[in-house]
Design a binder for this molecule. Structure first.
Ligand code: BES
Ligand code: MN
Ligand code: ZN
Length: 504
């Protein structure tokens, strides 16, 4: 989709639909809306006076221009009161309005960003939020549908401003929004592919392709090298599958050498059957999404490269299937990780922490100044936080990193919520036969037990674990989240990088 900024009047844009964002409580149309209203002989004023449209948050209405504008129609979208508008609410309103316009069969859209400052939102940030909301909302995954035709898609979005000086900042915000949203959509597609079409090999190939397109360094570590490195936990999960495991390494060298490395690690289980500790059939199809952390890391690296963020960012994605077979790991088996630690596998369905254990041990070679892992790790996280928050845990060295993620999460609309990782919880993962076991104490503190296992493989560097089990998949349509993979994490990590001062 084309995204552009134009200097001019919204009413003169020859598009199929103008999206007019309106605050609640304005008795008469303001700014760009006032001019449109005039051209339409007061039609917007009438709507407001009749109380038919009040500008309430997420209220929508449509008007036909009947040839009085260059545009065919106008979609009115309510922002709510200025004091209640946030970056994410703006993203949501833009997303809903884009969906609504698509429903009206509009293929080109234009909007203005003139009132954002009334809500203390900088024009560039408003442009970013509107572009993100629109592109995220209009995403669809219909690659495997052969029967539905005649689907009109929106092909352009134009931000119009009459202020020549502002065009440049709007363009900068719009570019960020486009890159970030497209990267999240790339992650969504990786997730939405069924596991037969997204094996570890295909995922690695996709990563390689993306790396080539945006000039990232890419290396795929193959099974024989995993062997040499001693990645016994990753290999242990992979041994039940006929698909070879892949360990994807992406590098964006945007910073100076002495700036250190920011490492992202993503769980890349392309299908989680549970292994010998097999899952119930009901809902198992969902487990193609168990590589959502890996997809988020690939998406975030793509965004970092295209935005040329001034940091050294490394992405690590251990990828494998988790399947039962005659060769599969059995409950009670012990495997050795690349840092030498041994793990008792009590439940083969707790496989995410195993592959991440090796990946976190591998991360140590980058001497990370920050390391964030993302994983659909525990059903317990869905019980604790539902689908509204990412579970966050970290070591003491990771306190500042958690602060950064909290801040970026609010801005990105991908909020994190911290759970404790006190020393007492390390007791939960003590094994009688090995250094650590891969389950905790029954149903107690399942998400924390996952993190307690992981911390054993973190070599003292600042580390944060994000459990995205509840947020990586949408069961219902939301303003800018179609059903399916959400791409959660891409915008959060990218926002954190954008806010990160290289001199810190
Ligand atoms: N991928 C799952 C986590 C999951 C489960 C996400 C259900 C969403 C819904 C993970 O590999 C897993 O199976 N975790 C187990 C761990 C348990 C065996 C300690 C879980 O959460 O049940
Ligand atoms: Mn599992
Ligand atoms: Zn899993």
């Amino acid at each position: 989709m084309e995204v552009g900024v134009k200097i001019g009047q919204l009413g003169r844009e020859p598009v199929e639909a103008i999206i007019l964002l309106l605050y609640e409580g304005d008795g008469t149309p303001q700014g760009a809306a006032a001019m449109l209203d005039k051209a339409l002989d007061g039609a917007i004023t009438t709507l407001l006076q009749e109380g038919e449209f009040t500008g309430q948050y997420q209220q929508q209405s449509a008007l036909h221009a009947h040839g009085r504008l260059k545009a065919k129609k106008i979609v009115l979208a309510g922002l709510g009161k200025p004091e209640t508008l946030t970056h994410d609410r703006l993203r949501q309103v833009a997303g809903s309005a884009a969906n609504y316009a698509r429903g009206l069969r509009a293929t080109s859209l234009a909007t203005a960003v003139d009132g954002a400052e009334r809500a203390q939102i900088a024009p560039a940030d408003a442009a970013q939020a509107i572009v993100e909301g629109t592109l995220l909302a209009l995403y669809r995954f219909d690659k495997f549908k052969t029967e539905e035709h005649d689907r009109k898609e929106v092909t352009s979005l134009t931000l119009v401003t009459s202020n020549r000086a502002q065009a440049k900042v709007l363009q900068q915000g719009a570019d960020i929004g486009r890159i970030v949203a497209e990267s999240a959509n790339v992650a969504r597609s990786l997730i939405n592919h069924p596991s037969n079409e997204m094996t570890p090999s295909i995922l690695a190939e996709q990563a390689r392709q993306i790396a080539k397109e945006c000039q990232l360094k890419c290396e795929i570590i193959e099974r024989k090298d995993m062997d040499k490195l001693g990645m016994g936990l990753l290999l242990g999960v992979a041994q039940g599958s006929d698909q070879p495991p892949k360990f994807i390494v992406l590098e964006h060298r945007g910073g100076k050498r002495n700036q250190g490395n920011i490492v992202f690690v993503g769980k890349g289980i392309t299908f989680d059957s549970g292994g010998i500790s097999i899952k119930p059939a009901d809902g198992m199809e969902r487990m193609k999404y168990d590589m959502s952390g890996g997809a988020a890391v690939i998406g975030a690296l793509r965004a970092a490269a295209l935005l040329k963020v001034p940091h050294n960012v490394i992405g690590l994605v251990p990828a494998t299937e988790n399947l039962p077979s005659g060769k599969a790991t059995k409950p009670g088996d012990v495997h050795r990780a690349m840092n030498g630690k041994t793990a008792e596998i009590v439940n083969t369905d707790a496989e995410g922490r195993l592959i991440l254990g090796d990946a976190l041990a591998y991360a140590a070679r980058y001497k990370p100044i920050a390391c964030v892992d993302l994983a659909t790790l525990t059903g317990a996280c869905v019980v604790a936080l539902g689908h509204e928050a990412i579970g966050m845990l970290g070591n003491t060295a990771g306190e500042t990193l958690m602060e950064r993620l909290r801040k970026a999460g609010v801005r990105a609309g991908e909020r994190v919520w911290q759970l404790p990782l006190w020393d007492e919880y390390l007791e939960h993962v003590k094994s009688d036969v090995a250094d650590v076991k891969n389950v905790g104490m029954g149903r107690a503190a399942g998400t924390i037990a996952g993190a307690a296992f992981l911390v054993k493989f973190v070599d003292g560097y600042p580390w944060v674990h994000l459990d995205i089990a509840g947020t990586a998949w949408a069961d219902r349509e939301q303003p800018y989240k179609p059903k399916g993979g959400t791409g959660v994490g891409v915008r959060l990590l990218t926002q954190m990088l954008l806010e990160w001062d290289a001199k810190e």
